[in-house]
Design a protein around this ligand. Structure first.
Ligand SMILES: O=C(O)CCC(=O)C(=O)O
Length: 297
């Protein structure tokens, strides 16, 4: 249950700690399903991507039913609605593994007027010395958000969340040169952050495991709808960049184009078909299709 004060905190600072959101039973299922997703992902990547050493995958598939349905659970959905308003749209349930030492300062999007959040659950204990997420409180707000481009190694705000755009002659700021809030976390803890909030991590270790659950605020006017469509396009572009990079890595490792394993799509046929019993998922699928994020029926 998210309180009014927590919702104010999220609105003002662009992130929110939710300690112990997942209980031991949920955590046991999440760990098990994470391992299934990770094993599948390890087959489709020839190498982890970029300085982050990241592999990511969709958990919206039949083999991981808890994670596939997590967005519509009372716990996550009502928390998302408390932070983004009624009708918040569940967009992605993903797994991530990081084996690099750091994630550079970035925001997942810089589209102005866009309302969204990502719940992140690290499955290992993490702190400042072991790869905990760091956030810049208030950095989702304009004009501060855009000014922070100065700390980024990226050249264009709208590719800020894309590991492919790492190649740049900008130096940015080292992760620990920026005064930030370190999101120390134990398994079961969750942090919500606005996708416009600047974030990073440092001192990571191999196989740092994380699940993420993303929601977009329901747009209420044309400006908000335009912002969502712009983010949908950005995410599509970034997914294409990452896919090209993944394929290039296979070729570099000696694979023939015809031998490159196919990646799962974000929305599996099972997830799209399984909405029958769930009014929320059914509504989200309509929205995701209208935004061009999910394939047409
Ligand atoms: O844990 C990390 O290294 C970074 C996580 C991140 O960048 C994200 O979830 O968008």
């Amino acid at each position: 249950m998210v309180t009014a004060q927590q919702a104010d905190f999220f609105r003002l600072f662009g992130f929110l700690p939710l300690p112990g959101l997942f209980d031991a039973d949920e955590l046991a299922v999440i760990e098990k399903e994470y391992a299934v997703g990770h094993a599948e992902a390890s087959k489709v990547y020839s190498a982890a991507l970029g300085v982050r050493g990241q592999m990511s995958w969709s958990n919206m598939r039949d083999q991981t039913p808890f994670l596939a349905g997590a967005l519509e659970t009372e716990k996550l959905r009502t928390a998302a609605e408390a932070l983004l308003g009624p009708g918040a749209v569940g967009v992605m349930s993903n797994g991530n593994v990081f084996s690099g030492n750091l994630t550079e300062w970035h925001a997942d999007t810089s589209v102005s007027g866009f309302r969204s959040l990502k719940f992140v659950a690290y499955l290992d204990p993490v702190d400042a010395d072991s790869g905990a997420l760091r956030v810049l409180p208030g950095s989702h707000k304009d004009p501060w958000h855009d000014e922070l481009l100065a700390i980024s190694v990226k050249e264009r705000l709208n590719t800020a969340g894309n590991p492919e755009s790492e190649a740049s002659d900008r130096t940015g700021f080292p992760v620990d040169a920026v005064p930030a809030r370190v999101c120390t976390s134990r398994p079961g803890d969750v942090y919500a952050f606005d996708l416009r909030t600047w974030h990073a991590s440092l001192n990571g270790f191999p196989n740092r495991r994380m699940c993420s659950f993303t929601y977009f605020g329901a747009p209420h006017d044309e400006a908000q709808s335009a912002a969502v469509r712009s983010v949908a396009k950005q995410f599509g572009r970034e997914a294409q960049f990452r896919e090209l990079r993944r394929q290039r890595d296979w070729i570099a490792a000696g694979a023939r184009p015809s031998g490159i394993p196919r990646r799962e799509s974000q929305y599996s046929p099972g997830w799209l078909a399984g909405a029958g019993g769930n009014e929320h998922r059914a509504r989200w699928i309509e929205q995701l299709r209208a935004w061009g994020m999910a394939p047409a029926a």
